[in-house]
Design a binder for this molecule. Structure first.
Ligand SMILES: Nc1ncnc2c1ncn2[C@@H]1O[C@H](COP(=O)(O)OP(=O)(O)O)[C@@H](O)[C@H]1O
Ligand SMILES: [Mg+2]
Ligand SMILES: [Zn+2]
Length: 556
């Protein structure tokens, strides 16, 4: 038997054979039945999901003399010619090839003549986004005044590259990626017709690697079948394991063995599982990707449990057997844990692209994931029993990327009895405090004036005299010299400190105490520094491989 790729052999020949794309099919059928065929159609969507197939079926439905209700007979010479891309009146042009451009130019000269037979002449231009600008212009001229018998069908995977002038003249259809279940159904159907069998998990594996493209799924199927081929195709029965071997990929099962060990925090078994996968010769990055993909399902399941919004096998696009497995694991974990495992896995996958010792990276990831409990402890320490003196840390929110996101500001015990050296001038019992008290007092009554005073450097002379200085040449300096403000400051000082209080403005900034704003800046800097040096934060960096992106200070 001459070998014919399954994808070609199983190209759908009538609308009914198509998987999915029902929205497109219905509209096209209606157009034919109600005699409202457009001059130009644009089919967009990723590769291998039926664009060319639909274009040919549509062409047949338009041209087949025996067609009933938009169903071509698939037997007449015209149907056969179209199926084999050799009809004179259904011209297929590949926009990606050089002569594609030539061919489009040729269209203009030929459109004037009708079809050699039948009602419609049809041009199917594939990968139309690849056409050059001049080819587009040639097309546009034709599209502006299309002869009645002409139908264009454009197909593209990159609709955004098509000029608006062309887009505007087409009826547009977006083809959808197929779901895993749709792909599996089709694979089953084809295998059954070929009298072969692959167990469900094996089909799932193929489907998940094909990413919604039926063409990709079918060529993977080809690859598997030819691996075991021989002439006994008649009764070939394959297991998931055999699919795995033929494709050199990792199976869902070993991913789940690992995930279950991780959920159980069973580090030893988890490491053994990695070792087993490694020794089986599988590609570890592929394995890690599979684990991440399954973690996503676990995550969605856990979220559905925690939010009490049930999710179904269909919504997750998996079989019911697989669904049960995911649900079972979901009962044993929680959103935070899965989120963190996914983060670690994601990061590890990146590392696996360049590391020279992939097994080791994966092992480290596994250890980290099993130690997530320790992290929970660290975190609860951070969230802080304030009574525990050991945990004294500055009041900082360490904004570490998830999974380590410390969600709430973390209040921590005030530093123990070191009265002088603390970077907390705001609360210290000292001269500054009364200045601060004064500014607060003004702020309540006259917010703008209060704000101005927070920028004042100051010094006390002779108990009752204040020298104030604002940053030289600043807006604040000008404000302070405004006579109204000057008077108000004086009045406020008297009201707060006593009627003998006087003040003067100075530009001798180096003599003055720092302004409240500067003090706060210093304070924040000190807090950030101690947060970065904090033992707890460093521990998180090590355990989870987190990086610090920002330190946010949460002032009272
Ligand atoms: N929706 C579909 N239904 C059935 N088979 C499909 C579908 N999409 C793709 N295929 C299979 O993949 C092959 C390539 O599909 P094709 O229509 O050329 O995809 P596209 O033009 O979108 O890249 C077909 O021969 C067929 O076997
Ligand atoms: Mg195509
Ligand atoms: Zn026909």
């Amino acid at each position: 038997m001459a070998y014919l790729a399954i994808a070609r052999k199983w190209r759908p020949s009538r609308f009914e054979d198509l998987v999915g794309q029902s929205h497109v099919v219905q509209t096209l059928k209606n157009a034919i039945q109600f005699n409202r065929v457009s001059h130009a159609y644009l089919f967009s969507g990723s590769r291998g999901i039926g664009k060319t197939s639909v274009a040919r079926i549509f062409a047949k439905a338009l041209r087949c003399p025996n067609a009933v209700n938009a169903v071509p007979c698939n037997e007449c010479t015209e149907c056969l010619a179209i199926s084999e891309s050799r009809s004179v009146d259904v011209v297929e042009i590949d926009g990606a090839s050089n002569n594609g451009v030539e061919a489009v130019r040729g269209i203009r000269d030929n459109v004037a003549y009708g079809a050699s037979s039948g009602k419609y002449k049809i041009y199917i231009i594939d990968e139309v986004h690849m056409l050059s600008l001049s080819a587009f212009n040639a097309l546009l001229k034709t599209l502006e005044e299309p002869p009645a018998h002409i139908v264009f069908i454009f197909a593209t995977t990159e609709v955004q590259k098509i000029p608006l002038t062309i887009l505007g003249r087409c009826q547009r259809f977006e083809f959808r990626r197929l779901t895993q279940l749709q792909v599996i159904e089709r694979l089953k159907y084809i295998l059954e017709s070929e009298k072969m069998r692959i167990e469900e998990e094996g089909l799932r594996l193929i489907a998940s690697y094909s990413d919604g493209s039926l063409r990709d799924a079918l060529s993977l199927l080809d690859q598997v079948l030819s691996f075991y081929s021989g002439d006994k195709t008649g009764q070939l029965q394959l297991t998931e394991k055999q699919v795995v071997e033929a494709l050199g990929v990792t199976d869902t099962n070993s991913a789940w063995l690992l995930i279950n060990h991780l959920v159980d925090k069973n580090m030893k078994s988890a490491l053994q599982q990695v070792n087993e996968v490694y020794r089986s010769g599988a590609d570890l990055k592929g394995f890690a990707e599979r684990v991440l993909e399954q973690l996503r399902l676990l995550y969605l399941s856990v979220v559905s449990i925690e939010t009490k919004q049930a999710v179904s096998a269909d919504e997750l696009d998996i079989s019911s057997g697989h669904f049960n497995r995911v649900q079972e694991a979901a009962q044993k974990t929680n959103v935070l844990q899965v989120e963190r495992m996914s983060q670690i896995m994601g990061k590890t996958i990146q590392q696996l692209s360049w590391t020279s010792l992939p097994q080791f990276n994966l092992e480290m990831a596994v250890v980290r994931m099993c130690k997530l409990d320790d992290l929970a402890q660290i975190e609860s320490g951070l969230k802080g029993e304030e009574s525990e003196p050991k945990k004294a840390e500055p009041a900082v929110t360490a904004a570490i990327p998830a999974p380590v996101s410390v969600s709430a500001p973390v209040p921590v015990a005030k530093p123990a009895p070191m009265p002088v050296a603390t970077p907390e001038p705001i609360q210290a019992q000292s001269f500054e405090n009364s200045w601060k008290g004064f500014v607060d007092f003004v702020m309540k009554k006259r917010p703008l004036l209060g704000a101005l005073l927070t920028h004042a450097q100051f010094r006390m002379e002779k108990e009752t005299h204040y020298v104030l200085a604002f940053p030289e040449g600043s807006f604040y300096e000008k404000q302070s010299m405004d006579s109204k403000n000057y008077k108000d400051i004086g009045d406020a000082l008297k009201a707060f400190f006593g009627k003998d209080t006087t003040f003067s403005l100075s530009n001798a900034t180096h003599l003055a105490e720092k302004s409240l704003v500067q003090q706060q800046d210093d304070h924040i800097k000190a807090l950030k520094k101690s947060a970065l040096e904090s033992e707890v934060v460093n521990e998180m960096k090590q355990v989870l491989g987190a990086e610090i992106v920002d330190v946010q200070v949460d002032l009272p």
